[in-house]
Write a protein that binds this ligand. Sequence first.
Ligand code: NCD
Ligand code: ZN
Length: 345
Amino acid sequence: MTDTLTIRRPDDWHLHFRDGEIMRGVVPYTARQFARAIVMPNLTPPVTTAQLAQEYRERIRAATPAGTAFEPLMTCYLTDTTDPDDLARGAAQGVFTAAKLYPANATTNSASGVSDVAKLYPVLERMEADGIVLCIHGEVTDHDIDVFDREAIFIERHLRAIVRDFPKLKVVFEHITTADAVQFVEQAGENVAATITPQHLHINRNAMLVGGIQPHNYCLPVAKRETHRLALRKAATSGSPKFFLGTDSAPHLRGDKESDCGCAGIFGAPYALESYLTVFDEEGALDQFEAFASLNGPAFYGLPVNEDRITLERAEIAVPQELDLAGATIVPWHGGQTIGWRIAD
Ligand code: NCD
Ligand code: ZN
């Protein structure tokens, strides 16, 4: 049995840092494990311009513990009125690594998102020409569509058309939750990839709804039925370069999740690597972990791999029930559970 694993330092290709006091509490958890992270722009107000992204990046850098070589990679929040020139300039200057498509009202702070993908075509054209990566929250928002079907229907109604009309555009189908998404990505060209969160590898929808409602297992897209979870585990551990790590770590205060209208989002950052590695261990795929965590993402984004290494070791660790972040209480993913790996010092 392998008891330690040393890999190139990984990156997190999708997460939410928030802003202000909470951000200062959140950033160190990511900087402890990851060299880089794709930072989501869904602040209030959203990060829609290169100027706003540059200022936000400075605030994140200021919140990074001294002596930690962590690099935030910024994204542009696409709206119906995104200026393709500002986006292209921001990308050329190294401010933007990607742009993010939220269908309007699909998730937390997405009210200013795109109301009609057709309106985005001039922007997508420019992104394709300039090689700017498009990150997609792939869910339709139509009220008549069942929440469990929203990802699969997004593929048919929008994603197929985007990939067909922009055949060279690099697309990351983010935080995929269905076998349909796995199949779509596998069959698409090499310009199409997907991130997978730890929670969608660990839980199916029962974890949210059986034995009492469990708000800390609620995120968007919602966990689906077991067949989908199994398809995601197979994809993540397959060694395919199309799938890589993206925690979608999305902290909300305990009180905002345990509420009449609880927020969507799971704070996965604190024990992210340990959580993913448990899955690879259970699947007998420890040898595929480095590709998923540290190699496939940089290859897709056209960035260098990280040169330093991180070691994980088999050990029982008790994840705290809750964390105190500058006086705010947040429940971490796996809160109150024991997991079988830890990061060696
Ligand atoms: C995210 C958030 O809280 O910002 N929530 C979530 O459930 N994942 C937004 C998102 O990525 O959908
Ligand atoms: Zn997210």
